[in-house]
Design a protein around this ligand. Structure first.
Ligand SMILES: *Cc1c(COP(=O)(O)O)cnc(C)c1O
Length: 546
């Protein structure tokens, strides 16, 4: 700050105002941090307003507001931080008008197009407790009981997958040398972590070689005599595996994507063949990936067969069950995951079918000592022999998301999750049946879990669909129509379905088909909501000209 001559001459006056200002900002800021009864009333005031926001938000059935993105982004063009603190009322008003009002109602029973849905109400007060305690699970010095609570919750799910003995869990659940699972921010980080463990374990220290962790990938491949390294899975592998291959230094081209059958399951013969070819070419297979619930259409690979292949080849077997993992809660549907218990690592997302808030992913490890392959230490924290959870994790500082996981497992329980899974699949079958009876729609695949792909067929093509006589040009027109339908539906915002592209073979040719994609996981979605979504699509389709 530069002072003019006049200002310099009245220096004492200037200092006084500066002091007054300082005093004011001090008061204002310290009030933000205080937990005295006075500020508690500010907290209560804010709570009241925010509770109203939440209540309105949660009670809205429409999935979206009709504001277009260009107008909306105009509300967020400020690049300067306010110099003085803004008062709560003005700020909350702005938040309500600009953010809350234009957020997606993921909990609406008619929002059935994505893997994000309604949450149980107990997570909302728990979120307050989590921020009140503000534990940092990176180390025991900043998160005491919560570190053990997290290990306990992870052990419960580990047991559901692997079902080892009481003795095994007694030995490992709270043993700081063991890692049954790692809590991370989502399925992406879980998949990356699993492959990171697999890579470091297979290219570990030996003789004079210090291991890939210390010497890097090029030196490791050289030492072990490999020409390159690959990861093998189906062509429906989630794009997080591209991120993993990229970060691990093997490159995305080293992801070998094996074709899938009409049920979205990896072709086992082709997978076996790929393993043989990689061996012949002297390529290291870091891991073979099986998918339990493809993001695209819910397909589940034949995990048992993949486990056989991985076992024969002595390769790390990873199962990406980010979406479908919780099928394991269901007596009726668990058999679809048969073989998952033979996986070396398993990814499950808490923020998908465990109905927990965004930011919960997990990787489970069959061998409680596998994660030592990625262990790091720092002298001021994460000491050897400590319970510091950050030493065997990609992430450093981490929030106490375990609170939600622990609460979910206890408050919903095995039977509760079983009910949620069974209901989702039952309602998906209902929707599939409805679609089959309506001439306006074509079911594109029989659902094997709770994802459904179908499309709208404009009137002139309906006969041809029945006779199986659609040409490639017809399909292109139908694709355009469905894309338009999906976009319009989202824009109008009463109901929501997402879209994807599937490949079908027709006349001996691979033809891309634009599919409407339903995800039926929201417990609030009832049969009449499903009917409403389909009727909405019929209404919208009537406005589209071919
Ligand atoms: C959602 C999903 C992921 C990625 O998980 P995020 O939590 O979005 O990071 C990975 N794999 C599958 C099969 C998924 O469904």
């Amino acid at each position: 700050m530069t002072l003019s001559k006049q200002e310099k001459s009245s220096k004492s006056y200037f200092l006084n105002t500066e002091k007054a200002l300082n005093y004011d900002i001090r008061n204002q800021v310290m009030q933000l941090f205080s937990s005295s009864s006075q500020t508690t009333s500010i907290e209560k005031e804010i709570d009241k307003i925010l509770n109203d926001f939440s209540e309105d938000f949660l009670n809205t059935i429409d999935t979206n507001t009709s504001i277009d993105l260009d107008s909306l982004l105009g509300n967020f063009f400020e690049s300067q931080i306010p110099v003085q603190p803004i008062d709560f009322e003005s700020y909350l008003k702005c938040l309500g008008n600009n953010v809350v009002a234009h957020s997606i109602h993921t909990s609406s029973p008619q929002f059935i197009g994505h893997m994000t849905s309604a949450l149980p109400s107990f997570v909302r007060p728990l979120a307050k407790l989590m921020t009140a305690m503000n534990q940092n699970v990176v180390k025991i010095e900043t998160a005491k009981a919560l570190s053990f609570c997290e290990r306990e919750a992870l052990a419960m799910l580990h047991r559901l997958i692997y079902n080892f003995s009481d003795n095994f869990y007694g030995q490992h659940i709270q043993n700081n040398l063991s890692t049954l699972g790692i809590l991370v921010s989502g399925g992406t980080v879980a998949n990356i972590t699993a492959l990171w463990c697999a890579r470091n374990a297979i290219l570990g220290a030996k003789d004079e070689f210090l291991g890939v962790e210390k010497e890097g990938l090029a030196a490791a491949l050289d030492f072990y005599g490999y020409k390159g390294a690959v990861i093998i899975g189906s062509d429906l592998m989630h794009y997080s595996f591209d991120k993993a291959a990229d970060l691990m230094g093997i490159g995305t081209q080293s992801l070998i994507r094996i074709p899938t059958d009409s049920n979205n399951r990896v072709d086992i013969q082709a997978l076996r063949q790929a393993v043989v070819e990689c061996r012949a070419q002297n390529l290291l297979i870091v891991a073979i990936v099986g998918i339990a619930g493809t993001t695209d259409s819910g397909g589940v690979d034949s995990l048992f067969d993949i486990a056989d292949i991985a076992q024969e080849a002595q390769v790390h077997f990873h199962v990406d069950a980010a979406w479908g993992g919780p099928l394991i809660f269901s007596e009726q549907h668990r058999h679809k995951l048969a073989g998952i218990e033979r996986a070396d690592s398993v990814t499950i997302d808490g923020h998908k079918q465990l109905y927990l808030p965004m930011g919960i992913g997990m990787v489970f490890l069959r061998d409680p000592h596998l994660a030592t392959a990625i262990e790091k230490q720092a002298s001021y924290t994460m000491r050897k022999g400590s319970f510091d959870l950050g030493k065997r994790a990609l992430e450093g500082s981490r929030p106490g998301m375990a609170l939600f996981l622990h609460a979910g497992l206890n408050l919903i329980g095995l039977k509760g999750y079983e009910f949620l899974i069974d209901e989702g699949i039952r309602k998906t079958e209902y929707m599939a049946d409805r679609i089959c009876t309506m001439p306006e729609f074509e079911l594109l695949a029989k659902p094997n879990t709770n994802l459904l792909v179908y499309r709208y067929i404009p009137e002139p093509f309906r006969e041809l669909v029945i006779k199986n006589q659609l040409t490639e040009i017809d399909n292109q027109l139908i694709n355009k129509f469905n894309e338009c339908l999906q976009k319009l539906q989202r824009q109008i915002g009463h109901t929501f379905i997402s879209r994807t592209t599937k490949s079908i073979t027709s006349f001996g040719k691979e033809i891309p088909i634009l599919a409407l994609r339903a995800v039926i996981a929201n417990p609030l979605t009832q049969e009449e909501d499903i009917d409403a979504v389909l009727n909405d699509q019929i209404q919208i389709a009537a406005k589209i000209s071919l």
